[in-house]
Design a protein around this ligand. Structure first.
Ligand SMILES: CCCCCCCC/C=C\CCCCCCCC(=O)N[C@@H](CO)[C@H](O)/C=C/CCCCCCCCCCCCC
Ligand SMILES: [Ca+2]
Ligand SMILES: [Zn+2]
Length: 267
């Protein structure tokens, strides 16, 4: 009788951090606790991006609500290392990436047979449903497939950067890329070189992944929001700001928005 999908350690994946070192209920303590970053950054980005969301679309808030859900599901996953927890974690990531594409992919990148964003959103929804079903086929590769989407995201960034003359946005993109590079290096090292890190008595790279990928996504989403606004709300003047260190340009990036003429608002 195979173990229940809810059973502890029913996932095929066990991260490098030693299990049950700090609590009999939490399999990977630091891999669980570091997901608090998502529970902090998600609400903060909702608050900071509210003026932009009012002008662009309130579905922007759904991205950050799902971001918080990712943090909760990842906490549950690392607490139990259950197959159910792994799928909750990976499927929630899949859906938030799809939502990000549905909202922010600039129209010039739509497939030729799709002319407007509503139709593109419907196509993305179908892809998300099909991908969700496929995630049950070989779960051990799901995370690699999800991470490979980043290469398309990098392609989009390069294409848009070539047309961008805003120094602040160019700088933000490089910071996003740097954060992601550190994050994916931690993720791959934890997955592929655990024995090496265990010998150094440092098996917390996946915990660092959580922190850096959380920050990378907060940064890259702001870059895509800026590029998207050039196409979707061109009558707005956008300025990049940072919280909490406004003058030093360090912290969470967000867009302030001034209207050149009164146009529709969602709130
Ligand atoms: C038009 C493009 C829009 C792009 C929108 C991108 C939105 C990405 C939103 C959320 C991704 C959050 C990923 C955090 C994962 C946290 C949970 C976790 O660590 N899960 C692991 C198990 O614990 C699991 O192994 C991870 C699976 C893969 C995660 C894939 C992350 C893709 C990140 C895409 C953004 C890259 C930023 C690139 C910056 C240059
Ligand atoms: Ca472990
Ligand atoms: Zn994780």
């Amino acid at each position: 009788m195979p173990p229940s999908i809810f059973a502890r350690h029913s996932s095929e994946i066990d991260w490098c951090e030693a299990n049950y070192l700090h609590s009999e209920y939490v399999a990977e303590y630091y891999n669980t606790v570091t997901n608090v970053a998502f529970l902090l950054v998600g609400p903060l980005m909702m608050y900071l991006s509210h003026p932009y969301a009012c002008r662009r679309s309130l579905t922007v808030h759904l991205v950050w609500i799902m971001f918080i859900m990712i943090g909760l599901f990842s906490m549950y996953y690392h607490m139990t290392l259950s197959f159910f927890g792994q799928l909750l974690d990976e499927i929630s990531i899949l859906w938030v990436i799809c939502l990000g594409y549905a909202i922010w992919l600039p129209q010039p990148y739509f497939p030729r047979f799709i002319k407007d964003r509503n139709k593109f959103g419907a196509a993305v929804f179908l892809v998300a449903v099909a991908s969700t079903l496929l995630s049950f086929v070989k779960p051990v590769i799901n995370a690699y497939v999800l991470n490979s989407i980043t290469f398309h995201i990098l392609f989009l960034l390069v294409k848009e950067l070539r047309k961008c003359d805003n120094r602040d946005i160019i700088n933000l993109t490089f910071v996003s890329f740097s954060l992601w590079l550190v994050a994916i290096s931690c993720w791959l090292s934890d997955r592929l070189f655990c024995n090496f890190w265990e010998r150094l008595n440092f098996s917390y790279l996946h915990s660092l992944w959580h922190i850096f990928i959380c920050l990378a996504v907060a940064h890259v989403n702001t870059v895509f929001a800026y590029f998207d606004a050039q196409y979707e709300i061109p009558d707005c003047t956008l300025q990049l700001q940072y919280w909490p260190f406004k003058t030093k340009k360090i912290g969470l990036p967000y867009l302030t928005i001034t209207m050149t003429k009164d146009t529709t608002k969602n709130c």
